[in-house]
Design a binder for this molecule. Structure first.
Ligand SMILES: O=P(O)(O)OC[C@H]1O[C@H](O[C@H]2O[C@H](CO)[C@@H](O)[C@H](O)[C@H]2O)[C@H](O)[C@@H](O)[C@@H]1O
Length: 258
């Protein structure tokens, strides 16, 4: 037994951890499919989730099936497509609003001709959301914004959000904030203190929700934010998750042995 194991731990609040995916758990890449996801990531997240009694969820702009593909065989609670999709901790997948699915299809359809003209743009047609990426053609940012504005014009239930080299359309009523609040009303999140870690403007709703529920938002990198805390980079996020898991494990071990 090391010296630290003999020191009585301070009672830490029971935590619920929520994290963004791109730019937070994995480094950004030129294209959505180009990300490098180390095999060790799923192992690390599995361990952190286990220490937190599964009160660990990913809130992402990607679809749930995309996250599952990158973290297989791990299946976590996930809110996908900016809160449009949600898989609860008990594995139940909520039905996506059919009106949102149809509207997203309509928006994607309207953008297709632009992609044919500019093959460097990437269109992601998701269940209930649409992303138009211009990372490989930054000079087309305004063209993309105008095209997306026109595409959502006449769909009052949808709004646009600007992320990192991407313009996304999603239902107005859905966000990472609504998803975080929904998780927090359910086991095993209920009664815990929420922490949300993210890097982008699309994470702001999540920071605000976590903080309104008494928790903390942690912003990775620079830029204006509502988050009360900051973290430097993806490696630091991995270290933080590992460290929080270690603290909870140590508390549990201390209770077991004293
Ligand atoms: O909420 P997130 O998990 O951060 O997802 C936001 C979007 O991430 C992806 O796009 C971003 O990452 C790509 C890969 O690094 C990068 O090429 C792109 O420029 C970024 O915007 C994803 O493709 C989108 O569907 C997510 O909404």
């Amino acid at each position: 037994m090391s010296q630290i194991d003999q020191v009585e731990p301070h009672a830490i609040p029971r935590l619920a951890i929520f994290t963004d995916f791109d730019g937070t758990l994995v480094e950004l890449a030129e294209t959505p499919d180009g990300i490098d996801v180390p095999v060790s990531l799923a192992h690390q997240l599995e361990r952190t989730a286990r220490e937190l009694d599964s009160a660990f969820a990913v809130l992402t702009g990607r679809e749930i099936e995309d996250i599952d593909k990158y973290l297989a065989p791990l299946t976590l609670p996930v809110a996908g497509a900016h809160g449009t999709q949600r898989r609860r901790a008990d594995g139940f997948v909520e039905t996506v609003d059919p009106a949102a699915v149809l509207a997203a299809e309509e928006i994607a359809h309207a953008i297709e001709p632009l992609i044919e003209t500019h093959p460097d743009l990437v269109l992601e047609a998701k269940e209930g959301a649409v992303a138009l990426h211009y990372r490989q053609a930054p000079e087309l940012e305004d063209v993309c914004r105008h095209a997306m504005e026109e595409a959502v014009n006449g769909i009052p239930d949808f709004t646009l959000v600007a992320g990192k080299m991407v313009i996304e359309a999603r239902p107005r009523s859905m966000s990472k904030g609504t998803a975080l609040r929904a998780f927090m009303q359910e086991e095993p999140f209920l009664g815990r203190l929420p922490i949300f870690i993210g890097d982008d403007t699309t994470d702001e709703d999540g920071f605000i929700a976590a903080q309104e529920l008494g928790g903390v938002g942690i912003k990775l990198g620079e830029g204006e934010t509502s988050a009360r805390m900051r973290i430097a980079n993806v490696a630091s996020v991995h270290a933080l998750l590992q460290g929080l898991g270690d603290i909870v494990a140590r508390d549990r071990e201390y209770e077991r042995t004293h």
